[in-house]
Design a binder for this molecule. Structure first.
Ligand code: SAH
Length: 313
């Protein structure tokens, strides 16, 4: 959904430009284009660079609809791009452009329901962006999705790369949502190599925050683990996962890596084997069903593709 720019006063035009990282005087120029020159198209605003025109012309985000037997599930984005820098992820490659508002996140449900003429019963906050880095808007979104759209809190899952202060704050919200943590390695150093955010929020303190979250909320945590060939699918990784999760109430979701061009990471051929070994060893584990790969609807690839058609990334 794009915000209508027509009707913005001079202050709002200047604020918009500042928000976009542009000089303030650009706001005055925009004001002139809108109301003096009555220009209807950003592409005709010739004293703006093509990069700025692109910014004004809106950004793409993605929301992915999945049909399950138990209903329709929607994967929503919370930011335009992402700053977390996970090495295997497509969403983060161009950095973060901006946070989405609660309304823009809600609009993804609204539009999916309207376009497809159905009701969304489950929401996974696992699209583009790090939800706990856009905390206030995401909490507002969850509350309105719940009490406004009528989606049960237990039908909403939020995935984070491990922002500890966000997890601590979320524990205090008194919500019944499902929390998922992107784990991807049980070894602190290896996790840092894959997920730079782990340099700020290290493995052990993260596990401590998860234990505290469970204690406070009584909600079991899901750990997400995308299996990468030769990287986190080795025997010692399996042993590490067993050690971490055996007998625990928490749940492990194994994911087949969606290979992203321009990255060296390959999907592990050991997924079924690892699933079996973990099950045998008392780990509460499932495998994520693969959906959407045929249309590149996995992990930020839609936006990347769409964006690439317009400007080179
Ligand atoms: N920023 C949040 C939510 C968005 S990513 C987070 O990191 O959790 C949603 C999930 O998809 C995360 O577990 C993420 O690590 C995973 N993911 C990202 N790129 C992937 C890829 N190429 N293949 C498989 N899973 C991926």
């Amino acid at each position: 959904m794009k915000e209508n720019i027509f009707g913005k006063d001079i202050n709002a035009c200047e604020a918009l430009m500042t928000e976009l990282g542009e000089a303030k005087y650009r706001g005055k120029q925009l004001y002139q284009w809108l109301y003096q020159k009555r220009c209807e198209n950003f592409s005709e605003m010739t004293n703006f660079s093509s990069a700025l025109r692109e910014k004004l012309d809106g950004q793409y985000i993605e929301a992915v609809l999945m049909h399950y037997e138990h209903g329709a599930s929607l994967c929503v984005s919370t930011q335009v791009g992402c700053n977390m820098g996970c090495k295997f992820c497509a969403s983060t490659r161009g950095g973060k452009i901006r946070d989405l508002t609660a309304g823009e996140i809600l609009a993804q449900i609204y539009l999916a329901e309207k376009d497809e003429n159905l009701r969304i019963s489950n929401v996974v906050i696992m699209g583009i962006g790090e939800p706990l880095e856009n905390y206030d808007a995401v909490i507002k979104f969850i509350r309105i999705a719940n009490t406004g759209f009528g989606i049960g809190q237990r039908k909403i899952s939020l995935s984070t790369c491990g922002i500890i202060p966000g997890i601590e704050a979320l524990a205090e919200e008194n919500l019944q949502i499902n929390l998922a943590i992107s784990l991807h390695s049980v070894f602190a150093e290896r996790r840092k190599q894959l997920m730079p955010i782990a340099n700020r929020y290290d493995f052990e303190p993260l596990m401590e925050a998860c234990r505290a979250y469970f204690k406070k909320t009584g909600r079991r945590i899901t750990y997400e683990y995308a299996l990468i060939d030769g990287y986190n699918d080795r025997d010692e990784d399996i042993t590490g996962l067993i050690k971490l999760l055996k007998g625990s109430q928490n749940h492990l979701n194994l994911i087949g890596l969606n290979e992203v061009q321009e990255t060296p990471y390959k999907e592990s051929p050991r997924l079924s084997y690892i699933l079996g070994v973990l099950e045998k060893n008392g780990v509460n584990v499932t495998m994520r069903r693969k959906m959407g790969r045929d249309i590149d609807a996995a992990c930020g690839q839609l936006r990347k593709k769409r964006y690439k058609d317009k400007v080179s990334l």
